[in-house]
Design a protein around this ligand. Sequence first.
Ligand SMILES: Nc1ncnc2c1ncn2[C@@H]1O[C@H](COP(=O)(O)OP(=O)(O)O)[C@@H](O)[C@H]1O
Ligand SMILES: [Mg+2]
Length: 345
Amino acid sequence: MPIIEARNLTKRFHRPVKAPGAAGALRHLIRPTYTDFTAVDGISLSLEPGESVAYVGPNGAGKSTTVKLLTGILVPTAGEVRVCGLVPFANRIANAKNIGVVFGQRTQLMWDIPVVEAFRLLGDIYEVPDDRYKQTMAELVEVLDLEPLLPVPARQLSLGQRMRCDLAAALIHAPPVLYLDEPTIGLDVAVKARFREFITYMHERRGLTVMLTSHDLGDIEELCPRMVMIDRGQIVYDGPFAEVTRRFGYERQLHLTLSAPVPDVPAALAPVIGGRAARITDAAEQQLSLTFDGRAITSGELIRDLATALPIADIRLVEPTAESIIRKLYQGELRFDAQPAETAP
Ligand SMILES: Nc1ncnc2c1ncn2[C@@H]1O[C@H](COP(=O)(O)OP(=O)(O)O)[C@@H](O)[C@H]1O
Ligand SMILES: [Mg+2]
């Protein structure tokens, strides 16, 4: 049985449309007009207990809106959602006991009171029995090294310290599900590493189900074997993280060093790469870079053909990294609907 299940989950926001200037504002007062904006557009998704899933996509794709639908903060416009068997918005309190949430941009620690007091309050809110509270707290304090932070008011914490405390706050009631929305934004490398260790620990020891939105590929690669990518509210990819490079990594680069200057490289290459899925991206004195589509031509074929037209001294082939692929997908330079690379090695 999936622990999180969404079917055709949809959220439309009703947005006021105002013409610019005072006249527009006045017209809006007299006859307001609205437009519907679909932030989450028919998402179907299911997570098994203990799964860790990265939920990624460009800014404004609908990631946070999805998380809010799963927590019950927002009511869906259409579709169905269940978390631990409950409909979140209809059972907000019961659902809250099953989930922990960390929004990297916000904190749930009360600003002026010592962290330890905030934890106690949260324990009361979630009605955690005393002995269980002590046990969970002891573990979290140890694993997250919170002892020195307990007497400190939240507003005096550094960003990294606050994130550690926020993680503890989200898990005080030992929920089976944890949502992390951009948790490592602004954190330094050491704090990020610690965050990843902690999530791995909770995942292995407690079987925590994790849904993580992050722009940090390191977070994703280390924590989430499965990646769900969304764009404009729709799922464009759902599968292994490692598969992304295979599926979208068809754009390769070839860097050549020539053993002698060639007066007009494009002209020399025209008969060789004309009409082929390769193009010159850079040409300098005895240096040449080409980009080609690995689905249409193999590097071996291309190199062989180039060697007939140019005096080649050295060759370097660059395969795309997951990071470069995802950046290009976000920027629209690669298409999500690309065919799987069937001939990939
Ligand atoms: N309460 C809201 N009212 C109107 N539009 C919203 C609201 N919340 C989010 N949106 C819009 O929905 C889209 C998706 O937002 P969000 O889920 O925050 O994206 P992401 O987290 O992927 O960056 C954005 O265009 C955003 O402006
Ligand atoms: Mg967001």
